[in-house]
Design a protein around this ligand. Structure first.
Ligand code: G
Ligand code: G
Ligand code: MN
Ligand code: NA
Length: 255
């Protein structure tokens, strides 16, 4: 397959880049970290979306090398952001595919990326998508416990998009829950979604987890989330994925 061959070449030959989207604390709007997002620009095919190449990489096993590159690059770059703009504790979140998480040497890859970069473990956050965790809850929980012992942070990504969210919230040792964009999108217009978001925030807080809202696009959404006690947010309102992380100073708070 042509696309697969070209993706392999991009992974091996430096054809991938990372973009960083700011994560802000609520209600201050202060940037506390970023999420690293992989981008693939092919010379002939142009820009190919991760919605397309990540599933392809997962099907073909390329995700293992691709994911290792993302992890190493994100740690390396984050360790070099100037403290004056990023703050000493600025975090970098990396998406981890379930295929990667299931690899025997994944924990070793994380250790290696931290060592090679010099990044302090608490500055790295690994995002595990909710739907992935469901397949084998016991082994996912065990794997996350191993990672936790390294001192890195863990997040449950796309929360609410699956079917057993509350079980996962209880069973998985994550620090952070990221509420899926589909709920945030309707939080100011759909009463049922607003109820769900409020419940997720309360349940997460009761279990000692913090909550990040994804895909915040309007000030109205941000205000609603602040009123619900949401801890942090991400979305176009605060910043799009950019090549240089936008970490400068306090930004305009939503409240
Ligand atoms: O950046 P964008 O919204 O287009 O990303 C689309 C999807 O691709 C999201 O679900 C995102 O989590 C995923 N994605 C982006 N970068 C990575 C990556 O480095 N690794 C994995 N596993 N998924 C990624
Ligand atoms: O699944 P994950 O959370 O990793 O996906 C992140 C994706 O969401 C990225 O591809 C990013 O480009 C996209 N994204 C981030 N903020 C917004 C937003 O405010 N609106 C929309 N529509 N997409 C967003
Ligand atoms: Mn994510
Ligand atoms: Na998500």
């Amino acid at each position: 397959h042509v696309l697969e061959r070209r993706l392999r070449a991009a992974v091996d030959g430096g054809g991938l880049t990372l973009r960083y989207q700011p994560v802000v604390a609520l209600p201050s709007g202060q940037v506390t970290g970023v999420e690293a997002l992989a981008r693939w620009h092919d010379e002939e095919l142009g820009e190919i979306s991760p919605d397309e190449f990540v599933p392809l990489a997962e099907r073909t096993g390329l995700i293992v090398d691709l994911g290792r590159w993302v992890l190493r690059t994100a740690c390396h770059e984050a360790a070099r952001w100037p403290v004056v703009v990023a703050g000493p504790a600025a975090s970098v979140a990396v998406n981890v595919s379930p295929v990667q998480l299931g690899q025997r040497d994944f924990v070793g890859d994380v250790v290696a990326a931290l060592r090679a970069s010099g990044l302090e473990p608490p500055r790295l956050c690994l995002e595990i998508t909710e739907t992935a965790a469901i397949t084998d809850l016991a082994s996912t929980a065990a794997r996350l416990e191993e990672l936790r012992r390294l001192g890195v942070r863990l997040a449950l990504d796309d929360f609410g998009s699956g079917h057993s969210s509350l079980t996962l919230l209880r069973r998985l040792p994550v620090d952070l829950v990221k509420i899926d964009r589909s709920f945030v999108e309707r939080v100011t217009t759909d009463t049922a979604d607003a109820v769900l978001v409020r419940l997720v925030i309360e349940a997460a807080h009761s279990l000692g987890r913090r909550v990040c809202a994804e895909g915040v696009e309007t000030l109205e959404q941000a205000r609603q989330l602040v009123a619900m006690g949401c801890d942090s947010a991400q979305g176009w309102l605060f910043g799009r994925p950019a090549d240089v992380p936008v970490l400068a100073g306090p930004t305009q708070g939503p409240a």
